[in-house]
Design a protein around this ligand. Structure first.
Ligand SMILES: Cc1cc2nc3c(=O)[nH]c(=O)nc-3n(C[C@H](O)[C@H](O)[C@H](O)COP(=O)(O)OP(=O)(O)OC[C@H]3O[C@@H](n4cnc5c(N)ncnc54)[C@H](O)[C@@H]3O)c2cc1C
Length: 380
């Protein structure tokens, strides 16, 4: 029995998406990797084709799909040999803050353009002095009359350079308890006092733009606050579960692609006229990799179903995030060994895949933090 209930409409969506990505995304992968950023036109084409923010309803221009659409997009993007156009950050991680906590006015103003790809979103929590420890953020938000004045800086922000709209976590400096001091605000690119800094050069995910953001007496309307003042931590906690699940789906999909690639490579590469896939040492390695990938797939599919059923899977998503992102690193590492010197050549995808997956255990909450969360919920 299939764990996930994909309908014919989902299968058709996957088919259309795969054809679209083969034509509009895969051919640009190498170019974007060199540029360190993806093209804005790719975002617009994704939006125009109905592949952004698939869970947004027709009232705001979306198709009103379910979480399986997000799963399909994450899986299919892993076939494009690039990790820059990770639309899940925009569609499934940032935009849900607006759909869940935004006022009707904010939804009407922003959601249709998020769906169409005219607006690219980012979420800005991390600061130079506060990564894992979000309670330590110092970016301030002082609410005065109908305005909010923002001061501080953020770093490592995905889509930072391309972002038109940022969900910003900032604290009221007058409130001592950090868990009651943080609120979330929507800040438009181009607002006076909001500057984008450097595009950070990273060891992996080269085509994914990651940037610093600066706020200096940046004034935004108070109506741009999401939800109630001081509820920022609660909102972040609620949305971090799907974020970690998306990250796990991405990790498993990446591991599946790497396994496909290395299996084909081992079948095609001959030593003394015999494919290396006939060597028992290589066979055992491939079987071990396939077993890990299968375990990841089974675990993640079960979590997708539980998440869609509305179950609380905080512990399991934390476990899945750490295990799947460590698993894909093991698979990539072994695949690189089996591909020999061929694999380390920049022109071959394996080198890029290896360095891209290396970063996954660090973002969306480090794997140590995932284990700390699980330990807490297990009452340890
Ligand atoms: C490619 C990429 C994209 C990112 N995108 C975004 C984004 O879009 N928005 C955003 O806000 N942030 C983003 N981040 C930031 C990311 O969320 C942080 O890097 C992450 O939370 C870890 O914070 P840190 O890097 O400051 O590491 P630190 O918190 O300094 O951690 C350093 C080490 O200490 C360990 N550690 C820290 N605290 C504990 C603890 N309590 N118990 C056990 N071990 C601990 C960590 O596990 C880690 O091994 C991104 C990061 C990367 C690499």
């Amino acid at each position: 029995m299939e764990i996930l209930n994909y309908t014919d409409a989902h299968h058709d969506f996957r088919k259309r998406l795969r054809e679209f990505l083969e034509k509009e995304v895969t051919p640009h992968a190498k170019h974007w990797e060199k540029d360190g950023i993806v093209s804005r036109s790719a975002w617009k084409k994704m939006g125009q084709a109905g592949f952004l923010c698939t869970e947004v309803g027709p009232d705001y221009g979306g198709i009103g799909g379910d979480f399986l659409h997000a799963v399909i997009i994450t899986e299919e993007i892993s076939r494009t040999y690039q990790n820059g156009l990770v639309t899940s950050v925009h569609s499934d991680i940032v935009v849900p803050y607006i759909t869940s906590f935004g006022s009707e006015e904010l939804k009407k103003k922003y959601l249709p353009r998020c769906v169409s790809g005219d607006i690219v979103c980012a979420v800005a929590m991390t600061e130079p002095g506060a990564g894992s420890d979000l309670a330590g953020i110092t970016t301030s938000a002082v609410e005065e009359d109908n305005k909010v004045i923002l001061n501080g800086s953020k770093t490592f922000i995905t889509n930072g350079i391309l972002a038109d709209l940022v969900v910003l976590a900032a604290r009221d400096p007058a409130v001592k308890d950090p868990y009651q001091a943080v609120s979330l605000y929507l800040v438009e690119s181009g607002t006076p006092g909001f500057e984008k800094g450097r595009r950070l050069k990273k060891m992996g995910l080269w085509s994914q733009d990651t940037a610093e953001l600066f706020f200096s007496n940046c004034r935004i309307p108070k109506s741009n606050r999401l939800g109630k003042k001081g509820d920022g931590f609660l909102m972040l906690m609620e949305k971090l579960q799907p974020e970690r699940l998306i990250c796990s789906i991405w990790a498993v999909a990446a591991a599946e692609r790497i396994l496909e690639w290395i299996t084909a490579h081992c079948r095609e590469t001959c030593i003394s006229e015999k494919p290396i896939s006939k060597s028992q040492a290589v066979q055992f390695g491939l079987v071990e990799m396939a077993t890990e990938v299968k375990l990841g797939r089974t675990f993640v599919d079960k979590l997708i179903r539980d998440h869609m059923d509305g179950e609380n899977v905080v512990v399991e998503t934390s476990m899945a995030k750490y295990w799947t992102t460590d698993m894909v690193k093991r698979v990539a590492d072994r695949a690189l060994d089996f591909s020999g010197s061929f694999g380390i050549l920049e022109k071959n995808w394996m080198a890029q895949a290896w360095r891209d997956v290396r970063v996954m255990s660090i973002f969306a909450g480090t794997n140590e933090i995932m284990k700390s969360i699980a330990a807490k919920f297990l009452g340890l």
